[in-house]
Design a protein around this ligand. Structure first.
Ligand SMILES: C[S@@+](CC[C@H](N)C(=O)[O-])C[C@H]1O[C@@H](n2cnc3c(N)ncnc32)[C@H](O)[C@@H]1O
Length: 285
């Protein structure tokens, strides 16, 4: 296998994996009972290699793609995307022989809009559950803006507030590099964040009227939540769940739908981490 190092994931990442796994299970259960629905697909746009190492137990654990593959009844199709060639190759090897799985190696911002979303048409009674779980602010608003009006795509989004704090929402906005500003504009969809994510402190003394400070994490998440509804057109966007002091997970919900039998994937993985690259035999494949 091409992968030489696995991500070590902490408590919050394991909790996130568990939430998405349970939601995907509930989603499939509901949609499989809706006779109108012809296909419902699972999309993991920042998929990773399919396996991580738990910081708590030091054991291998399934990543979000493998968790989705274990959902029963299964989704009609699975689309996994990763920019990293080794991770995509690893995922391809893990899922080899499963005709319901397509693994893409490339930028999900392009692949989602050009290949994966278009067949998930509401009017064809197709539906999709899509996980957007990047490390940083490398999601293009165009992806969100494409999915919203489709009304067939339900999204879990991990909003990386930490990246905003570290690189963009500085105390002195004039010091932020043009490249970082451009990155934030691509993520937000325009530059309106500049007004939405800064505010004037109360009781400013004369001479300090231009002073601004960034809003709280909760206010950042709420501003993005508002955009998901008001600009992207998602019908229902529940309040986000904070995952860490500086990381928030936002869910934007929409619709539901059916599936059938498949091969089984491991629900837990055991093996020694020190032993080097993960051996696929441990998966029982
Ligand atoms: C946080 S990890 C995903 C973990 C996975 N969701 C899980 O829980 O098992 C983020 C992944 O996104 C990938 N990535 C980063 N930018 C990307 C892009 N533009 N398109 C597709 N994948 C990307 C990285 O290589 C990395 O594997």
């Amino acid at each position: 296998m091409g992968i030489t190092r696995y991500d070590e994931v902490g408590y919050w990442s394991e909790l996130k994996l568990d939430i998405v796994r349970k939601y995907a299970q509930a989603y499939s259960t509901v949609l499989s009972k809706d006779a109108r629905i012809r296909r419902y697909i699972y999309i993991d746009a920042f998929a990773g290699p399919g396996i991580h190492i738990s910081k708590q137990t030091r054991e291998f654990i399934p990543g979000s793609p493998l968790n989705a593959l274990n959902v029963c009844p299964p989704f009609s199709e699975y689309h996994f995307i990763d920019l990293d060639g080794d991770k995509a190759k690893h995922l391809r090897e893990l899922t080899e022989g499963d005709p319901s799985v397509t693994v893409y190696n490339g930028d999900c911002n392009q692949i989602l809009r050009e290949q994966v979303f278009p067949p998930a048409r509401y009017t064809d009674y197709h539906r999709a559950l899509c996980l957007l779980d990047p490390y940083a602010l490398n999601l293009d608003w165009k992806v969100i803006q494409t999915a919203g009006p489709m009304q067939s795509v339900e999204i879990f989004l991990n909003l990386m507030v930490m990246d905003m704090h570290m690189n963009i929402l500085w105390r002195k906005p004039e010091d932020v590099s043009p490249a970082q500003l451009a990155r934030m504009n691509v993520f937000w969809g325009d530059d309106s964040w500049r007004h939405r994510l800064y505010c004037k402190p109360k009781g400013l003394l004369p001479g300090f009227e231009k002073m601004e400070e960034k809003v709280s994490n909760a206010a950042v998440a709420e501003a993005y939540r508002e955009r998901l509804q008001q600009v992207a057109g998602f019908a229902y966007v529940p309040a986000p769940m904070p995952m860490l002091v500086a990381r928030l997970s936002i869910t934007c919900s929409l619709h539901r739908l059916t599936g059938r039998g498949r091969r089984s994937y491991p629900t837990s993985l055991t093996g020694t981490v020190k032993g080097g690259p993960f051996d696929g035999d441990m998966l029982g494949h």
